[in-house]
Structures are given as C-alpha cells and as structure tokens.
Write a protein that binds this ligand. Structure first.
Ligand SMILES: Nc1ncnc2c1ncn2[C@@H]1O[C@H](COP(=O)(O)OP(=O)(O)O)[C@@H](O)[C@H]1O
Ligand SMILES: [Mg+2]
Length: 294
C-alpha cells in the first residue's frame, strides 16, 4: 500500500486561535482577527464568507505568511510557518493568492511578461515558462498569441483581473486562494470564471479557497463555508447545513443565494420547505413536490 492516507495526513492549512492586530503597539492599532481556528484538508473547496471588514483578507494572507505572524497560530502541512528559518519562499510556491485588488499583483507592463514573472522567479526554464504562460492565458480566455504583447494598462478591469489570475495559475500551486474574484465582473464573466475554477479544481486536484461577501457565488464553487464576522468564526460547515439557517446569515449583511431567499419567502406557504437549495431547479422541484405535482 503506497497510497497516501489523506485522512491521517496533517491538514494542509490550520489556524489555531489566530489573532491579528494591524499596526500593533501604535496608536493606530486595529484588531482585525480576534480568534479564528479551523483546518483545511487537501482537495477541499472552502468559501470564506463574511461582510466587509470581517477579516477574510487577513485570514487568507496569513496562509502565505504575508503578515507579521506570531508563533503557534498558522500551520502549513503541520508545520508552524512562523518558526524562525521556515522556508517562506517554498510556502509561497505552494499557496497562490489572487489578491482582492488585482492591480497590486501586476508587476510588468506587458501581459506575457507579467504572467511569466512568477515561473521565471521560481527558476523554471524559458521553455517551461512559455508553456505555462500560454496555458494560463488560454485557460482564462485571453488567447496567448493575441494577448501576450498587449499593454496591461490598456486592458479593462475584468481583463486585468484575469491576467492576475493567470499569473498565479502559472505557478501551479497546490493551494489556490482567490480573494473576492467575482467583484467587478459582469454576469457572463462570473459564469466563465466559475466554470474555469470548477474545471481547474478537478483537473489539478487543487485545494481551492474563495473569499466572498456573497454566498451566491461561493455556494456554486465550494462545499464548505467558514463564515466570519468581526474577526471571529460564526459558522463553519457544509454549504447545505450553513444554508439551513439563513436567518442567522441575513443578520450579518451577507448576500444569500437567490433560491435561498425565495425558499425563505415561500416557507410562509409551505412550512416544511428546506432553505438549503442551491439552484432554482432544486427549489422548483421542492415546490412541485409540495403541490403534489410530482
Ligand atoms: N493594512 C491594514 N492596516 C490597518 N488595518 C487593516 C489593514 N488591512 C485590514 N485592516 C483592518 O482589519 C480588519 C479586517 O480587514 P480585512 O481582513 O480586509 O477584512 P475583509 O477582507 O473581510 O473585508 C478591518 O477592520 C480593516 O480595517
Ligand atoms: Mg477583503
């Protein structure tokens, strides 16, 4: 038996009573994370959901040690990433983060050079780098021959976001984190990005983590939600279980999926209607059942 026992392996990411204060020790100190604990296993698809300023970005930035972390709080593959001498470069080759503001991630003027930046810095050959740039741009619907020499500043916001995602994809990290990737995209752009992420997650067996203030996008992409509010975890569980209590989420200023909102309203007519419906088809089936039509 040389199969890896994933259940016995340490979680790929674990936070233990993680706390974080920006500008600690200064008059402008701001306590962002009060107490957050969870672990994420390989291959999971997790939505980190919560209202603005609840701490989502701070939590995911900790995964790649982009903050001044204290010991004993953030672990990767069972190792404390804040241990002196821990190889942060290796960590960042394993955890790819697409930031909330993609412009902060773009380092070159030209699309091809920007996507090539990470693989080149990681020491890949020119040939392998070119292959990855082509593959990543193509995957994001930015055909390589057409886009590789385009100036980034002349692209639309949605296209710049896709270039930023391509730059992270080109690194082939086993963990892919996207911080509010759907923000600013039109419905078609959202659908395309969603389909791409679902396909990539399957093909590459990724651990996928998506931050969002909307449960709609995240519910189609993820099978577990970690809900944050004011720097604490308020709910952590399978998507359907979390959606079973929509009242609690509505209080938090999180956008609920449309079928869940409809199910809540229709619950006034059908008292036993479940709210954990992810699609309109599921909702329709539940209603038809209650009308005795199926
Ligand atoms: N660079 C920073 N300096 C100071 N405070 C910050 C910084 N980044 C975030 N914060 C504060 O930390 C808290 C959590 O922010 P953030 O993690 O960005 O939440 P979210 O991503 O859910 O909007 C907020 O109160 C925010 O103002
Ligand atoms: Mg954020």
């Amino acid at each position: 038996m040389d199969q890896i026992d994933h259940a016995a392996a340490p979680p790929i990411i674990e936070l233990r009573n993680f706390r974080y204060t920006y500008l600690e020790g200064t008059p402008r100190a701001s306590e962002a994370i009060r107490d957050v604990s969870f672990s994420i296993r390989r291959g999971e698809r997790v939505g980190i959901v919560g209202p603005t300023q609840s701490g989502k970005s701070t939590v995911v930035d900790s995964f790649a040690h982009l903050l001044r972390l204290k010991a004993g709080q953030v672990f990767h593959d069972g190792e404390d990433v804040a241990t002196p001498g821990y190889d942060r470069g290796a960590l960042r080759r394993r955890v790819g983060i697409v930031f909330q503001q993609p412009d902060s991630q773009l380092v070159e003027d030209v699309v091809g050079a920007d996507v090539a930046f990470g693989p080149t810095a990681a020491g890949l050959s020119a040939e392998e780098t070119r292959r990855r740039v082509e593959e990543s741009l193509d995957a994001l619907g930015l055909p390589y021959p057409e886009y590789r020499l385009r100036y980034i500043h002349a692209l639309s916001g949605g296209q710049r976001r896709r270039v930023a995602i391509a730059g992270v994809l080109a690194m082939h990290t086993p963990v892919l984190v996207l911080d509010e990737p759907m923000a600013g995209l039109d419905p078609r752009g959202r659908r395309e990005l969603m389909e791409l992420l679902i396909r990539l997650q399957k093909d590459r067996d990724l651990t996928l983590i998506v931050c969002s203030a909307s449960l709609s996008d995240a519910s189609l992409l993820c099978d577990r939600f970690i809900v944050l509010d004011a720097g604490r975890v308020v709910v952590d569980g399978p998507v359907r279980e979390v959606l079973r209590e929509p009242g609690r989420l509505a209080e938090l200023d999180i956008t609920l999926p449309e079928p869940v909102l409809c199910a809540r309203e229709l619950g006034k007519l059908f008292s036993d209607l479940p709210t954990a419906v992810l699609t309109e088809d599921e909702l329709e089936a539940e209603v038809l059942k209650r009308l005795g039509l199926v």
